[in-house]
Design a protein around this ligand. Structure first.
Ligand SMILES: NC(=O)c1ccc[n+]([C@@H]2O[C@H](COP(=O)([O-])OP(=O)(O)OC[C@H]3O[C@@H](n4cnc5c(N)ncnc54)[C@H](OP(=O)(O)O)[C@@H]3O)[C@@H](O)[C@H]2O)c1
Length: 238
């Protein structure tokens, strides 16, 4: 049986992904801070499931905890990092900006690095990280969130170049969802909001196809073209 770890499996997209991977007979490692939710999810899943408390805003501890989970489970095929946070922060409250950077930039990098070093050591595996279409442009309501997702996507491109240059048998997948109906979907004027289960099914398919970059759901590909080419004058009004 294949083995996958999902960091950020306690709610939303990560929780739906866990259910899909269990349906597909993966042995699972589930991590997040709300261990009680992870345990409840484990009880619902029909597969061998490990649960680990990991708070990625404390990166040194989190790195040890992820290494511990990998050592406990052994022979991991896939690590998915879906942990993330975001705030509407028009007032530029520093605590909110810092929280976003701590989790989405420093925390996610710490998890990417442990995962990548593990896969390099055994020269196989796949790392998939949930970025966002927010990575494409700056956002006036949540500047740190958009910037943090741009960082993740850029970092993933960097490590994809590294594995290709070193001819390693490792896949790096950057998933960029549009709005998904979870606790994270905040703000007015959201459109094309997708149910978490639908988004997770498409994410599962993209990861299986070993995509480098994938937009979810498919209709967002048109919007991506527009977002990439939109004139700054229009962006400033959004
Ligand atoms: N919803 C959207 O519209 C949307 C769109 C594009 C991208 N995304 C991205 O999708 C990912 C999942 O978000 P979601 O929409 O499923 O929202 P969610 O239900 O709020 O899930 C967020 C997950 O991140 C975990 N997390 C947050 N802080 C953490 C920390 N310090 N340490 C470890 N885990 C932490 C949470 O677990 P604990 O609280 O239990 O630790 C939870 O499992 C995020 O990266 C988000 O940016 C979401």
């Amino acid at each position: 049986m294949k083995k996958a770890i999902i960091i950020g499996a306690s709610s939303g997209i990560g929780r739906e992904l866990a259910k899909i991977y269990a349906e597909n007979n993966y042995i699972l490692g589930l991590a997040a801070r709300r261990v009680e939710l992870l345990c409840r999810l484990r009880d619902e899943l029909n597969t061998e499931t490990y649960v680990k408390y990991i708070d990625i805003s404390k990166p040194e501890e989190a790195m040890n905890q992820l290494s511990g989970l990998i050592a406990e489970m052994k022979d991991i095929d896939l690590i998915i990092i879906t942990s993330g946070t975001g705030h509407i922060n028009q007032e530029l409250d520093w605590r909110k900006e810092k929280d976003t950077i701590d989790v989405n930039v420093i925390g996610v990098t710490s998890m990417m690095d442990v995962s990548l070093k593990y896969f390099i050591e055994k020269n196989s595996g796949q790392l998939a990280v949930i970025s966002s279409i927010a990575a494409l442009r700056g956002g006036s309501d949540s500047p740190a969130y958009n910037a943090s997702k741009a960082y993740i996507s850029n970092y993933l491109e960097g490590i994809r170049c590294k594995v290709k240059k070193e001819n390693l048998n490792i896949t790096i997948t950057d998933i960029r969802p549009g709005p998904v109906d979870t606790d994270m979907a905040k703000g007015d004027g959201l459109f094309w909001v997708q149910p978490a289960e639908k988004a997770a099914r498409q994410i599962y398919a993209k990861i299986n196809k070993k995509k480098a970059v994938a937009y979810v759901t498919k209709r967002w590909r048109v919007m991506v073209f527009i977002m990439k080419n939109i004139l700054n004058q229009l962006l400033y009004k959004m």
